[in-house]
Design a protein around this ligand. Structure first.
Ligand code: 6GU
Length: 278
């Protein structure tokens, strides 16, 4: 890691700024549980800015009909731009470069959100999310302020608020210290392209179902081997695409496994021969 990156990660608080017509949705959605605790502990900060507060229209209107006709209304450029300017300037006043912060527009047309993207964005100090509503936003303001267009999947939602919350949750848990236990976000599903292994807690028998015996053995190495096998089996069955990626990056695993099996086969053969000679 470069000195600058290291420095940043030492004092890192990722600041999320959300431009939206429904700021309460954002505050409520992220104010609980792990993200809520991360905010309280100052590991991340969250600011939801109401775009409507920046309209110059006397009736507080923020939308209008699209030129050329068509269904629905569009969010107008002016209130969106002024809300962004206000956020950028408040970042400036905190000693950072607000106009250089990435601005993420949530749209089904965007690039598909993924774990790699979450990890990369967790390295930014400020992230500005722009949530559209109605049929979208006047293209001109998008051209002026947006740096990234992101979608959370191939389905259509009524607005960008839920996608922004999904992204912020995924990014926040990659910020050092947000996940309290020693287990960082890195070791979980997708961190290594594998799905999680099954887990069990007390009681040992529930509805006549036993916890797999190996987990009660106390043999840590055997447990880890079992978990990896389970992860591989699940991933191969449910997500062959992820399995291929893992297999590509972990060819030595299969080589070691093949050698282990070969040793076991020879040992069995030797024992069988000894039996015959008796
Ligand atoms: Cl980012 N926005 C909307 N409105 N719908 C979506 C989406 C975003 N991602 C998937 N569907």
């Amino acid at each position: 890691m470069s000195d600058r990156r290291q420095e940043r990660s030492d004092r890192r608080c990722t600041s999320f700024h959300v431009l939206t017509l429904f700021p309460e949705m954002i505050r409520q959605g992220l104010g609980e549980s792990i993200t809520g605790r991360a905010i309280a502990r100052g590991l991340i900060s969250l600011e939801a800015v109401n775009i409507r507060d920046y309209t110059l229209d006397k009736h507080k209107k923020v939308d209008d009909y699209p030129y050329g006709g068509g269904a629905g209304m569009l969010m107008q450029a002016q209130p969106v731009y002024d809300a962004w300017r206000a956020v950028a300037e408040s970042i400036d006043r905190q000693g950072r470069r607000g106009s250089a912060a990435r601005v993420i527009y949530l749209t089904p047309q965007g690039a598909a959100f993924c774990q790699d993207m979450a990890r990369e964005l967790a390295g930014e100090e400020d992230l500005i999310f722009l949530c559209g509503h109605y049929e979208g936003i006047d293209e001109r303001v998008l051209e002026e302020i947006v740096t990234d267009q992101v979608s959370i999947g191939d389905y259509v939602l009524t607005g960008g608020e839920l996608p922004a919350m999904v992204m912020i949750d995924a990014i926040a848990r990659m910020v050092p210290g947000v996940l309290s236990n020693a287990r960082s976000g890195e070791t979980e599903s997708f961190g290594n392209h594998l799905l999680e292994y099954p887990q069990y807690s007390r009681p040992e028998i529930w509805h006549e179902r036993r916890v797999p015996q190996i987990l009660l053995s106390g043999n840590h190495q055997k447990v880890e081997e079992w978990r990896l096998e389970q992860s591989l089996e699940r991933t191969g069955r449910l997500r062959p695409d992820l399995y291929e990626k893992w297999a590509e990056e972990n060819q030595e695993y299969f080589i070691r496994k093949a050698k282990r099996q070969e040793r076991a086969r020879r040992k069995m053969l030797r024992n069988a021969q000894k039996e015959q000679q008796k």
